[in-house]
Design a binder for this molecule. Sequence first.
Ligand code: NAI
Length: 329
Amino acid sequence: MKTLCYSLKPFERPGMVQANHRKHELIFNEQSLSLESAALAEGCEAVSIFTNDDASGDVLKALHRLGVGYIALRSAGYNHVDLTTARRLGIRIANVPAYSPNAVAEQGVALLMALNRRIVESQWLMQMQDFRLDTLTGFNIHGKTVGIIGTGQIGMAFAKIMNGFGVRLLGFDPQQNPEAAAIGLTYVSLEQLLCESDIISIHCPLNEHTQYMIDEPQFALMKEGVYIVNTARGGIVRTSALIRHLSAGKVGGACLDVYEREKGLFFFDHRHTIMQDEEFIRLRSFKNVLITGHQGFLTVEALRNIADTTIENLDAWEQHGRSPNDLTD
Ligand code: NAI
């Protein structure tokens, strides 16, 4: 199946080539999918995209006009895809449902530990030969209350790691995970979770119900000094509210692998552009905010699984016209 892979970075290439075994005609392009770049897919039956590509209705219509019938997402999340329009146009879309929950969960833990134990700051001081400890006090994770919003695959992987630290685990999710009881995770209301947690980690999808689910009223309920970990999607937290509560000292730390307006920003070299996003500039100015540029998925194991499942989706479409991972059924 001739497939144009948009936003395909050099680190993904070897895995894709290996998984493909020359079965499909893959064209690799680092450019993102947008209304402007859709025309590049002329002559392709399928395209493959990542999290920050634009798969809104107009872009899907443009792809449909070019004869593209399949879109293989190299991601689990599909908040960037207009599934209603895809269904109407008969475009099949499949994702990679669980390429490595641990990769993302471990990124959240890495951020939490690095920020709390001042690892980045201590490295700067070390390089400057300043061996004073005055600004480097952290806290024990052991004994804290950790609230997990969204206890699906990644949330549960995060919870299991936290369980090893010896914490009290709270969870909020409309669908309870049967594995929760085994690690002592107690389901509570969102309000109770916000009121009682020392650390809040977000692992639910971004959709119309979860956009800005962490906003002013939710911050108001939180404990003084609360740590927020967000490896899910930036739009779940209202950035302006987070900034206000960081400024006021209410939020003790924010560990972010995602950002509300990361599209067009993350995954690109902006060293020579003047940053226009004032909120992003402000966020980066806090010493108690640690941001990585959506790299939770970036492990050898996850990349291999993403490549394998993406090719399996193309195989399934070519052979049966549908894939078990179809989101458009
Ligand atoms: P999942 O589908 O296994 O779990 C999501 C959980 O969220 C489900 O249990 C669901 O019931 C729950 N949920 C839905 N609405 C909710 C709400 N309003 N409040 C609380 N919980 C709610 O998904 P998975 O694999 O755990 O991924 C979670 C999210 O992580 C993805 O949607 C994606 O946005 C993000 N992600 C981030 C990556 C990164 O590189 N930073 C990589 C992969 C995923």
